[in-house]
Design a protein around this ligand. Structure first.
Ligand code: C2E
Ligand code: CA
Ligand code: CA
Length: 486
């Protein structure tokens, strides 16, 4: 047939015995230095087709065993047939499906941990077929990758997203950045950076409203090449996110090699969340590492309130999953938004403020190392929190475990509050604390506050101003309790 491919026309009687004999002979041929033989069998009893179709079908079966280290044979059967028919259907109808709008993006909202608002959306491709019904991406993406057509899908989804964003904005509804998924093959099939930049430029949507998601499978491409493409995306004004972190093998390596803005933890972390406490340690440390590297984090597949509580406490920046929202088409979002139900949308102007709050490392707060306190110092994790001052009110935006314990003990919050965004404290805010906070006027400079009395406890604190919300005028402060004095 070509290269090392052969076709054999034979009768079915004792075909398996014959093959076993060949496999044995091959083993000892060429002094044993031979490769395995992979055989696909097409029986005319399955369906009477032309010789060339029969050969094609036999080849489909033999290709399935490509990676196997031992000689094998398999038959073309109903399963193979269904898969092959599906494969053909996808390829033959792909152009039409785009033209007719059978393929379109669904949108899933991402929630910012510290405020519970929608800060991003992810575009996920759906093929709603008039004959076959809803075809999920898992059923057509691998086909398009195999047929070297995947870049056409990804650029088509981008065009749909741009049109949808324009439509939402023209209706005077709020818009948030939308991320699109790229396949590693996109980088081989076209100049994907150029193609994306060109389309965004031709639209009326600013570049920072489109985010690029790349899976860690790109690590199988040349790393200098990938690093260059990421740099080009950055130069063109796009954020680049690493998708499915932890699903493959080269995860840590990839963070060192490539310059991502955010990492998305693969859904498997949430799926295994309840299985053992070890998983909690792993997630906590990974988020900690990402934060130290200056990267934002998203946990995918968040489905329960326990997961939400945990992720907020360990400082995961954004949350995505069925707990908050499922992927839905734009029409459905319009209906939800029009009815004033559903998740509230963040004002994009507040993005930098909330991003600064999210990025603060509270597991190991970076307080002045050389300052020593006289009295009872905390050992281990210092109670650290982020407070938002809004006029005479103080909200708790973030807290670590020791801060949560402290706040519960002094009765400022209830157990049920944990896991919720922007906790309002139960007691009237202490005037003195508000004054102290307001006196911290320089950004990012640690102030030392000695002997402040909160709820009869005399404390020493470190406080720094993180950021001001340009829309509301609210200010966020990081507060570390360094010691509680006798
Ligand atoms: P992904 O990028 O990891 O997308 C997240 C997938 O998880 C989506 O599946 C989403 O519907 C699902 N999901 C979200 N929240 C939850 C949850 O709480 N629980 C569970 N069990 N699942 C959740 P979907 O839409 O079927 O997409 C599957 C994959 O197909 C995507 O995984 C992505 O890799 C790929 N894909 C989707 N659209 C495109 C596209 O336009 N281009 C390319 N190249 N790939 C795409
Ligand atoms: Ca994705
Ligand atoms: Ca993912």
């Amino acid at each position: 047939m070509g290269q090392d491919h052969f076709a054999v026309f034979t009768d079915m009687e004792s075909v398996e015995d014959k093959l076993h004999n060949i496999f044995e002979d091959i083993k000892v041929a060429n002094e044993g230095k031979t490769l395995p033989v992979h055989v696909g069998i097409y029986s005319m009893a399955f369906e009477d087709v032309t010789a060339s179709s029969a050969c094609d079908r036999a080849k489909i079966v033999s290709d399935k065993e490509k990676g196997a280290y031992v000689s094998k044979f398999a038959y073309y059967d109903e399963n193979t047939h269904a898969a092959a028919t599906h494969f053909e259907y996808v390829i033959n109808n792909f152009e039409k499906a785009m033209a007719e709008g059978w393929i379109r993006p669904y949108y899933q909202q991402l929630i910012r941990s510290v405020n519970g608002l929608v800060c991003d959306e992810e575009a996920l491709a759906r093929w709603i077929d008039p004959v076959r019904g809803l075809i999920p991406p898992d059923h057509f993406i691998y086909v398009l990758e195999d047929a070297k057509l995947i870049h056409k899908l990804d650029l088509f989804i981008l065009e749909c997203v741009l049109r949808d964003l324009e439509d939402v904005r023209d209706k005077d509804y709020p818009i948030v950045p939308v991320s699109i998924n790229l396949s590693k093959y996109d980088f081989e099939l076209c100049d994907i950076v150029e193609e994306i930049a060109k389309r965004v430029k031709a639209s009326t949507i600013p570049t920072n409203f489109i985010t690029i998601e790349i899976t860690e499978s790109v690590s199988s491409l040349d790393s200098d090449f990938v690093a260059t493409q990421i740099r080009r995306f950055h130069e063109a004004g796009f954020q680049v996110w690493m998708d499915d972190f932890g699903s493959g093998y080269s995860s840590l390596n990839i963070l060192q090699k490539f310059d991502f803005d955010l990492i998305k933890f693969d859904m498997k972390f949430m799926r295994e969340f309840d299985l053992s406490k070890k998983n909690h340690v792993i997630i906590r440390e990974l988020i900690q590492m990402a934060t130290k590297l200056g990267l934002d984090t998203v946990a995918e597949g968040v489905e329960t309130i326990e997961q939400v509580k945990f992720l907020r406490e360990v400082g995961c920046s954004k949350l995505q999953g069925f707990y908050f929202a499922k992927p839905i088409p734009l029409d459905e979002w319009y209906a939800i938004y029009g009815a004033k139900v559903g998740n509230k949308i963040e004002n994009y102007e507040e993005n930098d403020y909330y991003a600064a709050v999210s990025r603060t490392n509270m597991v190991e707060p970076l307080v002045n190392k050389d300052y020593t306190w006289k009295a009872n110092e905390f050992f281990g994790q210092l109670p650290t929190g982020i407070l938002e001052v809004s006029g005479k009110d103080i909200y708790i935006m973030r807290y670590n475990r020791t801060m949560a314990d402290f706040l519960l003990r002094v009765n400022y919050i209830d157990e049920v509050d944990l896991g919720h965004e922007l906790i309002k404290q139960k007691q009237t805010p202490i005037e003195e604390l508000i004054q102290v906070l307001n006196s911290c006027s320089t950004y990012n400079k640690w102030e030392i506050i000695e002997n402040i009395v909160i709820d009869k406890l005399n404390m020493n604190l470190f406080i720094r101003k993180i950021s001001t919300n340009p829309v509301t005028g609210n200010e966020a402060f990081e507060l570390v309790i360094v010691s509680i004095n006798d």
